[in-house]
Structures are given as C-alpha cells and as structure tokens.
Design a protein around this ligand. Structure first.
Ligand code: SF4
Length: 127
C-alpha cells in the first residue's frame, strides 16, 4: 500500500478540485500506476515561490505519507485536448522536487493524472 501526499499549485487551486488526480490515485493509473494500492494521506497547496513546501512535506510525512506527488499541471499544459510536457504552472518544479526530497527526506514524484504521452514519472530521492 502506497501512502500518498499530493501537492498542487496555488495557480490552479480555484479551478481544479483534483478530481482526475484523486481518481487516478484510487485506480492506480497514470502517475500512480507503479502502485498496487494507494491511499491518500493528505493534500497541500503550494504557494509561490514554494518556501513553505518543506514544512508541508514534513507534516504529510508525519501523517504517514511515504511518497509525495506533484500535480501534472505544474509541469505540463493542455493543448487541443491533450496534455503536453512543458508550459505548466511552475517554472522551477524540478528544483522544488529536488530540494523537497532532500530536506524532507521523502521520495517526490512528478506527476499525478493525465500524463503527457510518453512521459515516465520521475521520482526524486535526493540524499
Ligand atoms: S512555486 Fe510553483 S508549484 Fe508552487 S505555487 Fe508557485 S508556481 Fe505553483
């Protein structure tokens, strides 16, 4: 059983209620396809420029999360009904994931629902 924490971006907070992310997690598809079962531990909204993320990650970890997932919309955008890598809400998402996985000592996965075609989920595990 994977215990998941989800981090979403404030720029999409008032438009997207995470429906696809939660569905993909429940069905272990898309960004969650490497798990047999997955349970949601909690969700936080990142606020620019991401300075409170480490603290959020530590809280999710203290609640039992063993992996954090950053929403697909942070690094991909929709074009003609398809999700395409690049042009997401966050221009420094990789740096955030690297820092987070190191400072909170928890694996951080880049991707949740509707992954871009051919994209393989990157998991940051900086030591
Ligand atoms: S730092 Fe990135 S993910 Fe966080 S709110 Fe800003 S743009 Fe969104």
């Amino acid at each position: 059983m994977a215990n998941i924490g989800i981090i979403r971006c404030e720029k999409n907070e008032e438009r997207c209620p995470l429906t696809s992310c939660l569905k993909s997690m429940k069905e272990t598809t898309e960004g969650f396809s490497s798990y047999q079962n997955a349970e949601l531990v909690g969700v936080f909204t990142c606020r620019c420029p991401g300075n409170s993320l480490v603290n959020m990650a530590k809280i999710l970890k203290s609640k039992g999360a063993d992996t954090l997932h950053f929403c697909t919309c942070t690094f991909a955008h929709r074009e003609d009904g398809k999700w395409v890598a690049g042009g997401g809400y966050c221009d420094h998402v990789d740096a955030l994931l690297q820092r987070l996985s190191k400072e909170a000592d928890i694996p951080c996965a880049k991707g949740t629902a509707h992954l871009p075609e051919g994209y393989k989920v990157e998991v940051f595990k900086e030591k």
